[in-house]
Design a protein around this ligand. Structure first.
Ligand SMILES: [Zn+2]
Length: 330
């Protein structure tokens, strides 16, 4: 396979704190010999595990970038055993544009794996993670939230895997993250996901959905920072005591957890995040936007559980995810 064109401006394997960039050549109208400069911090101190830490896999999700900026700015080499590779904005062009996907190629980073060394900008970044950074890592923490179009109860998540050793390590790391909710996650479509790339390599993945709506809150940022520190202590990379608070265990056993809108309109959520719902309960209504006097479309819960996610903007389109129900219990 071709060599990836990305080069780090700092060493990945030397002791100390190094701040730099992943430099990706990108020739374009406003910069003939220009590059995309993805901020990168590597902090290494002797032998030990490596954590690969990413935010803004989707460019409009902010808890990860904030927690990772703080970690990169405040961590000294002597605080670390092993290595931290910190990339606060994984899909950097998307992050700069404040959009889910890249404005350069519309690439959704979490649908672009394993990537291509000779593909689009997004595919080149994915390929660099797939073939260069991930092989260095023992654990990957990839922060997500709902972005502009979803909002979530704050949770850390892990997937059911064929490889039970990796699955157990992922669930144990999710518990260490200790978000207010812990979810055994079912993906709508796992093909092309970074999560899948990490897990297929037999590495531990912790992923999250910490809020949404296109910004972050004091609470969601505090959850991100605590969880990150807890996971790094869990792997022995940082020292200290984990802060463990109560968490609600949830699963998403099948497609009945998802409610999709079948029409466009004015979105009315009927339950708030974290509220219990029973099978058959009215969860959302969609009103016409262009006339009065008509009944709304009704969307009901397909199972008992808690409302863990909802559509965020006030208007909804056909096919949008209106709500997600998580099932309580391990
Ligand atoms: Zn995301």
């Amino acid at each position: 396979m071709k060599e990836n064109p990305i080069s780090p401006t700092i060493p990945l394997d030397q002791d100390g704190v190094h701040h730099g960039f992943l430099k990706l050549p990108y020739s374009r109208d406003d910069s003939a010999w220009g590059s995309v400069m993805i901020p990168l911090t590597v902090i290494r101190n002797g032998e030990g595990p490596t954590a690969l830490l990413t935010g803004a896999n989707h460019g409009d999700e902010y808890e990860g970038p904030i927690a990772l900026q703080e970690l990169a700015a405040n961590t000294k080499a002597e605080d670390v055993t092993g290595r931290l590779i910190i990339v606060p904005a994984f899909n950097y062009p998307a992050f700069r544009a404040g959009t889910r996907t890249s404005p350069i190629d519309r690439g959704n980073m979490n649908r672009s794996f394993p990537g291509r060394p000779d593909g689009t900008v997004t595919e080149k970044i994915a390929d660099y993670f797939q073939r260069t950074l991930l092989p260095l890592a023992d654990v990957a923490v990839d922060f997500h939230s709902g972005g502009k179009t979803l909002d979530f109860v704050p949770f850390a998540a892990a997937h059911i895997l064929d490889d039970k050793t990796t699955e157990e390590a992922c669930f144990s790391a999710m518990k260490a993250f200790n978000a207010p909710y812990s979810v055994q996650l079912l993906e709508i479509d796992s093909a092309g996901m970074y999560d899948t790339a990490v897990e297929e390599m037999g590495k531990v993945l912790v992923t999250t959905e910490l809020g949404g709506g296109g910004s972050s809150s004091a609470r969601s940022n505090a959850i991100a920072k605590k969880g990150l520190r807890n996971v790094l202590i869990h792997f022995g990379i940082l020292q200290g005591q984990k802060q463990i608070d109560p968490t609600v265990s949830l699963s998403m056993p099948d497609d009945d957890c998802f409610i999709f809108s079948q029409g466009a309109g004015l979105f009315e959520i009927m339950k708030d995040l974290g509220e219990p719902v029973a099978k058959g309960d009215l969860v959302a209504r969609v009103w016409p936007v262009d006339r009065t006097g008509e009944a709304p479309a009704e969307y009901r819960a397909g199972r008992d559980g808690l409302l863990i996610s909802r559509h965020f903007p006030g208007l909804i389109q056909a096919g949008d995810c209106a709500a997600v129900i998580g099932v309580t219990g391990d």
